[in-house]
Design a protein around this ligand. Structure first.
Ligand code: AMP
Length: 285
């Protein structure tokens, strides 16, 4: 595996690989790699000639009161994990090189951003879309791998690629979880021990909601109130949002039908956790 920090060198390598007719699978990350990231990498390896993993904690997607400064970082550990998993290129640009000056053009996400994390993190998806346009131009990927833990991100990036005619295929990958159901996340290291024990309640509440729907409950208000009650009873976290929307359009629903997402964000002392379930609702007969 080669670690590349220079943006132009990464782009030169990628363009050369394309000239040789090689396909490039790309996994953009913010580092502090875990099994979730490695699962994306495994999928990328299977389906492409060459794999690139980027590690870049993108300042543009963090709000002023968010955890940019404390976001966990460990390049040495990340490189050894990526190399063991067979990554070909680890792209690790600096923020100074990515943003030497304020950008003269940035992306603005218009749809699917007034709900969920888009609502509670204003500007977040504009930052995500902007950095992805840069990364796609540098890495020249054929396929890009994203985790469904960030389902809204997948929906937004689908729109970005479609609206800007970017010739990449977005490949969504299922969420990887701890044994107790907690979705793997770089931010989990910031949970206090008691909070770590409580954090599996997020997934449990989603499973409960899924059972209710299977049993025929189609009223989103009732399901939301069960989830809220469960999280409040079983965690000390502060609920940022819990929403049920259509997926992938992310529209409000008065009654559940077709494909829906139940998504939540819960703030613990030093970590804000997100999780979701995407459910195909059985048609009423
Ligand atoms: P991050 O480093 O948190 O920006 O995540 C980089 C990519 O890994 C994103 O596409 C995430 O959705 C994905 N990812 C993060 N956690 C998981 C997980 N537990 N399972 C699957 N993919 C994940």
């Amino acid at each position: 595996m080669r670690t590349i920090t220079d943006i132009r060198e990464m782009q030169r390598i990628a363009l050369q690989l394309k000239r040789e007719g090689k396909t490039i699978g790309f996994v953009p990350t913010m580092g502090y790699l875990h099994e979730g990231h490695l699962s994306l990498l495994r999928n990328a390896r299977k389906e492409n000639d060459v794999t690139v993993v980027s590690i870049f904690v993108n300042p543009l997607q963090f709000g002023p009161k968010e955890d940019l400064a404390t976001y966990p970082r460990d390049l040495e550990r990340d490189s050894s994990l990526a190399e063991k998993e067979g990554c070909d290129y680890l792209f690790f640009p600096s923020a100074e090189d990515m943003y030497p000056a304020a950008l003269s053009v940035t992306a603005k996400v218009q749809e699917r951003t007034d709900v969920l994390c888009g609502k509670s993190r204003p500007g977040h998806f504009d930052g995500v879309a902007t950095v992805l346009i840069k990364l796609f131009n540098i890495v020249q990927p054929d396929k890009v791998y994203f985790g469904m833990k960030d389902a809204q991100q997948v929906a937004v990036v689908d729109g970005l690629v479609r609206d800007f005619n970017i010739p990449v295929e977005i490949v969504p990958v299922q969420t990887v979880r701890e044994e107790d159901g907690l979705a793997k996340s770089s931010r989990n290291v910031h949970l206090l021990p008691a909070e770590r024990d409580q954090a599996s309640a997020l997934h449990q509440s989603l499973k409960m909601a899924e059972s209710l729907i299977t049993e025929g409950e189609y009223d989103p208000v009732k399901i939301l109130s069960v989830i809220r009650g469960f999280i409040e009873k079983n965690t000390s976290g502060e609920i940022d949002y819990i929403e049920i929307l259509s997926y992938p359009d992310l529209k409000q629903l008065t009654r559940l039908e077709e494909k829906i997402i139940i998504a939540m964000a819960v703030k613990f002392t030093k970590a804000r956790l997100i999780d979701n379930a995407i459910i195909s609702v059985r048609k009423e007969s």
